[in-house]
Design a protein around this ligand. Structure first.
Ligand SMILES: [Zn+2]
Ligand SMILES: [Zn+2]
Length: 99
C-alpha cells in the first residue's frame, strides 16, 4: 500500500497531500455499519460533519453526488478551490503576529 497514490479529494476535487491535512470519511457512518472510508481533506471533512448529522448522512448524503449537490457544500467548494491543498482553518492560529 502506498500513501502517495491518493485520488483527488472526492468533495472538492483538489489534490490530496499525504499528511495531516488528510482525513478519512465514511460515506455510511461507522455507527451504522459503514466500512468503506475515503481519503478527504480535513477541512472538507469537518465541513461535511458540521452541516449534516449522522442520520442525514445515512439517509441522504451517502453519495458524493448528494453531498456536492448541497448549496452550502457548493459554496464551500468554490471558496476552498482557491486555498492551498494543505490549507486548514486551524493553521490560522499558527501565524505570528507582527508588531
Ligand atoms: Zn477536499
Ligand atoms: Zn466523516
Amino acid at each position: 500500500m502506498s500513501d502517495e497514490a491518493y485520488d483527488p479529494c472526492p468533495l472538492c476535487g483538489r489534490p490530496l497531500v499525504p499528511g495531516r491535512s488528510v482525513n478519512l470519511h465514511h460515506l455510511v457512518p461507522r455507527t451504522f455499519g459503514g466500512k468503506k472510508s475515503f481519503p478527504i481533506h480535513k477541512i472538507c471533512h469537518s465541513k461535511i460533519h458540521s452541516l449534516f448529522s449522522e442520520r442525514e448522512l445515512l439517509k441522504v448524503y451517502h453519495t458524493w453526488e448528494a453531498l456536492r449537490g448541497h448549496p452550502e457544500i457548493q459554496k464551500f467548494i468554490r471558496w476552498v478551490a482557491r486555498k492551498d491543498p494543505e490549507y486548514n482553518s486551524s493553521n490560522r492560529r499558527a501565524h505570528r503576529r507582527k508588531r
